[in-house]
Design a protein around this ligand. Structure first.
Ligand SMILES: Cc1cc2nc3c(=O)[nH]c(=O)nc-3n(C[C@H](O)[C@H](O)[C@H](O)COP(=O)(O)OP(=O)(O)OC[C@H]3O[C@@H](n4cnc5c(N)ncnc54)[C@H](O)[C@@H]3O)c2cc1C
Length: 260
């Protein structure tokens, strides 16, 4: 359809949003930069070798073809005992990928119970079918290291559920003195993604909410004229179908604006 694709181009670094409009002659922009900044637990040991964000693990194993062990340009080591931290769909993806890459044990650690788990019931069922070991009401306190700086295990605390929190789900409360350890060589952190702050930081006047997502109206228009946004960068981590819908809505609004 005549779209020109520019690869290796980081908006906010290669070129700022204002430059695209004011210097490069674009009439309108649609920002769809997603929510690709992995959250971490901020616990001791998260920088050890063998700790991945789910995004890195899934990107390397699938998109970068680490599963093709003989030919992969960026192979990943053969994990034997893996812990996946989190209870969402991405955690299920990561756990099942670890099983398929040949791990002998994959432990999924979640601090509430299966009732509060955000993952789809089907995904939880599929992970169980593939042999993922579920640890409910447990949460890591620190990741343990061997003498070379590689993951050797994880120290967890047991939890119980208290009163509902702001999300309406019962609040997990750590049980003091309940520490225990699991031997591991790999930890995959799958506790969600935030939006990358680059465009927000380099575009004065672009309004964002407290989570750093761009604020856009129903037509996809942001606080700056001629700049539209949609998908995860507006909604927070959501779904492909919602992102596609927002793209279409914004495209229609941009066409209307340009036709005036
Ligand atoms: C592991 C995982 C599994 C998922 N599974 C599902 C699923 O099964 N079904 C489903 O509906 N959804 C799923 N999702 C969610 C879905 O991927 C997102 O909701 C959807 O991709 C959002 O689309 P988007 O276009 O807003 O952003 P993205 O698809 O995230 O695209 C953003 C793009 O912008 C690029 N970018 C970011 N910053 C810049 C910049 N400054 N300059 C230039 N480019 C930039 C990024 O590199 C990326 O290519 C999953 C998400 C993850 C992480």
């Amino acid at each position: 359809m005549g779209c020109k694709l520019e690869a290796n181009y980081v908006v906010g670094r290669t070129r700022k949003i204002a430059d695209l409009l004011e210097k490069d002659g674009f009439d309108a922009l649609f920002i769809a930069t997603g929510a690709g900044l992995p959250r971490f637990m901020n616990i001791e040991g998260e920088n050890l070798v063998g700790v991945y964000s789910a995004n890195e693990y899934l990107t390397r194993s699938n998109l970068m073809r680490a599963y093709d062990k003989e030919r992969a340009a960026t192979p990943i080591f053969d994990s034997e005992k893996v812990a996946v931290l989190g209870g969402g769909n991405v955690a299920m993806d990561a756990a099942r990928t670890a099983v398929r890459l040949g791990a002998k044990e994959v432990h999924l650690i979640y601090r509430r119970t299966e009732v509060e788990m955000p993952a789809r019931v089907e995904e939880v069922g599929h992970a169980k079918e593939e042999g993922v070991i579920f640890h409910m009401l447990e949460n890591p306190k620190r990741i343990l290291s061997d003498e070379k700086g590689w993951v050797s295990g994880i120290e967890c605390l047991r939890y119980e559920l208290g009163e509902p929190d702001d999300s309406g789900r019962r609040r997990p409360i750590a049980i003091e003195g309940s520490e225990f350890e699991i031997d591991l060589d790999t930890v995959i952190v799958a506790i969600g993604n935030d939006s990358n702050p680059l465009i927000r930081q380099t575009t004065p006047g672009l309004e964002t909410n407290k989570w750093g997502n761009i604020i856009a109206d129903e037509a996809g228009k942001t606080s700056i004229d001629r700049i539209y946004a949609g998908g995860d960068i507006v909604l927070g981590a959501a779904t492909v179908i919602l992102a596609m819908g927002e793209g279409r809505t914004a495209a229609a609004s941009i066409n209307q604006m340009l036709a005036k």
